[in-house]
Design a protein around this ligand. Structure first.
Ligand code: AMP
Length: 293
């Protein structure tokens, strides 16, 4: 029996028992399983995670689930873009072996109440802006890890705090899996791809460009030799001020492990931003030594 997945058509795993059976079959065939968790509305960023999973595993399962637990009451859960038919085509075209697209009732049947609560690194930045968000994220990711038993799971650097908290969960709960964090995929003009970009009109999109431009300025300061975190932050803020359509929520220069503000910058330091363009909340970040890759 060969380990490589075949060119068989992509499977639709409609239920939790379907996913468990698929996982069991892959294990029995000696295949390494790669998991790509998403909320759908796929773009090239998600597909870069698929590429990364395929490089590191023999059988790739993508989950498509708009996880209500990670949305606050004032957030965009009901209007979040959903198009499973399109997602299926894109996933299949990129070599995904199976898509798991459960309903809310399957993931959280009546009575479901246990949650995975992150440590203090969840309290700042996105966690401060979105109370309960990371408890929702870790709970759904933990369930997916149990169901798919991945050897490797792929997450985007775009959601750097999520990636850090998932890494901490994997370590703290002794999950035997590898995490791959994939660089952010951007439009040619620098805008980070996001499912929420569809909410932007033309002028909103111009405002949104302030995020990547500010990160570019922070990187430029670093390249010029600036190591003072406050000065790097100021360079980013200077660019953001030129984009009045963008309401800045935070500009953070942080340690990549603790997510506490840094005073001195190193190549691994993260510069992260969040802002609103109208009702649309956008985030972006860079690893300082890498810039807008
Ligand atoms: P989402 O569907 O927004 O929950 O994202 C699913 C996964 O895709 C997460 O691990 C994100 O970090 C990742 N992701 C989202 N946007 C990008 C992007 N532009 N580049 C790379 N990964 C991304």
């Amino acid at each position: 029996m060969t380990k490589a997945s075949t060119s068989a058509p992509m499977l639709d795993l409609l239920t939790i028992p379907d996913l468990r059976a698929w996982t069991r079959d892959q294990r029995a065939a000696g295949r390494r399983i790669g998991l790509v968790p998403t909320m759908g509305a796929l773009h090239e960023g998600h597909l870069a995670l698929v590429d990364a999973a395929r490089r590191r595993s023999d059988a790739v399962v993508m989950s498509v689930f708009v996880n209500p637990l990670q949305f606050g009451p004032e957030e965009d859960l009901t209007r979040y873009p959903r198009d499973l038919a399109r997602d299926r085509l894109l996933a299949e075209g990129r070599g995904v072996d199976a898509v798991f697209a459960p309903t809310e009732a399957m993931m959280y049947p009546p009575g479901s109440s246990t949650r995975v609560v992150p440590g203090p690194a969840a309290e700042r930045w996105e966690g401060a802006a979105r109370p309960g968000h990371f408890t929702g994220v870790l709970t759904v990711v933990a369930k997916l890890f149990h169901l798919a038993e991945p050897d490797v799971a792929c997450f985007g650097q775009k959601d750097f705090q999520q990636a850090v908290l998932v890494r901490q969960m994997v370590r703290d709960l002794d999950w035997p899996l590898e995490l791959a964090v994939v660089p952010t995929v951007r439009e040619p003009d620098g805008l980070a791809l996001s499912s929420r970009n569809v909410y932007l009109d033309e002028s909103g999109r111009r405002s949104a460009l302030g995020l990547s431009a500010a990160l570019g300025a922070a990187h430029q300061a670093w390249r010029e030799g600036e190591r003072n975190a406050a000065a790097i932050e100021a360079r980013a803020r200077g660019v953001l001020e030129k984009h009045p359509g963008l309401a800045v929520e935070y500009v953070a220069v942080v340690d990549p492990e603790t997510l506490e503000p840094a005073s001195r910058a190193s190549a691994e330091t993260i510069v992260a931003l969040a802002g609103r363009v109208g009702r649309t909340r956008l985030i972006d970040n860079i690893i300082l030594g890498q810039g807008l890759v």
